[in-house]
Write a protein that binds this ligand. Structure first.
Ligand code: DC
Length: 222
């Protein structure tokens, strides 16, 4: 099946999606990394991120591919490993900006659907269950309190960024606002998504809840 996990930044989607895919023997696709890759490419070309014609042209020339290596999943752009360059606070905010642009969403919609042609995938993102895979067999929406999400992100960023806790929280509030109020594919739970709030749950507890829902879906009599 295709499993979708949507939700705001810092809700734990990446950790949970990766571990869930492992438990199921599925592939895992971090679609946020694709938006980050577009933002990174636009930044390198010093492009405006609201210029749709330029973004369309940029996307046409992109060649993005996930590969699995000893250090986990890596994202290649035209063969160059950009995994470590797309997590900076600057690219994070730019990714939220480019993700509101129609040219970028149209391009990545095709890329993501192509990746989902083979089943057995966990897709993590914002609109996986609503727009990209509306027919997915199992949809989750993972949420958590803003303070918890900001604190998790702050701890994650400590080695690579000098942002203060309040700056991380402000960026996150801004991103929540951008991602959930944009016209195209805003961040909202799909009507048929199972909503899990991870504020007071451990990663293992979230995964166990998800596995229980998946087993019930596969074998409703169990
Ligand atoms: O999950 P992330 O923080 O890596 O995502 C970066 C940005 O990409 C996020 O602010 C919104 C956008 N995004 C999106 O619009 N749709 C997706 N399916 C995934 C990410």
């Amino acid at each position: 099946m295709v499993v979708t996990i949507d939700g705001p930044a810092g809700a734990g989607k990446t950790t949970v999606s990766r571990a869930l895919a492992d438990r199921l023997g599925y592939r895992y696709v971090d679609t946020g990394a694709l938006y980050r890759a577009v933002a990174y490419a636009a930044r390198r070309k010093r492009m405006r991120t609201d210029d749709d014609a330029a973004l369309e042209e940029l996307c046409r020339g992109l060649d993005l591919k996930f590969v699995t290596s000893a250090s986990g999943q890596r994202l290649l752009s035209a063969g160059t490993d950009i995994t470590d360059h797309i997590r900076t606070p600057e690219i994070t905010m730019l990714a939220s900006g480019v993700s509101a642009r129609p040219a970028v969403r149209a391009y990545l919609l095709k890329v993501q659907r192509e990746m989902g042609r083979q089943k057995g995938v966990v897709f993590e993102g914002r609109d996986m269950g609503t727009v990209v895979f509306p027919d997915a067999e199992m949809k989750f929406f993972l949420d958590a309190a803003i303070e918890t999400r900001a604190n998790r992100r702050y701890l994650e960023l400590q080695d690579s960024s000098s942002q203060k806790p309040e700056e991380v929280e402000n960026d996150m509030r801004q991103r929540d606002q951008n991602d959930s109020t944009r016209d195209l594919a805003p961040l909202v739970p799909a009507a048929d998504a199972v909503i899990i709030n991870s504020t007071d749950l451990t990663v293992d507890e979230v995964i166990e809840q998800m596995l229980a829902h998946i087993h019930k879906r596969v074998d409703p009599g169990s």
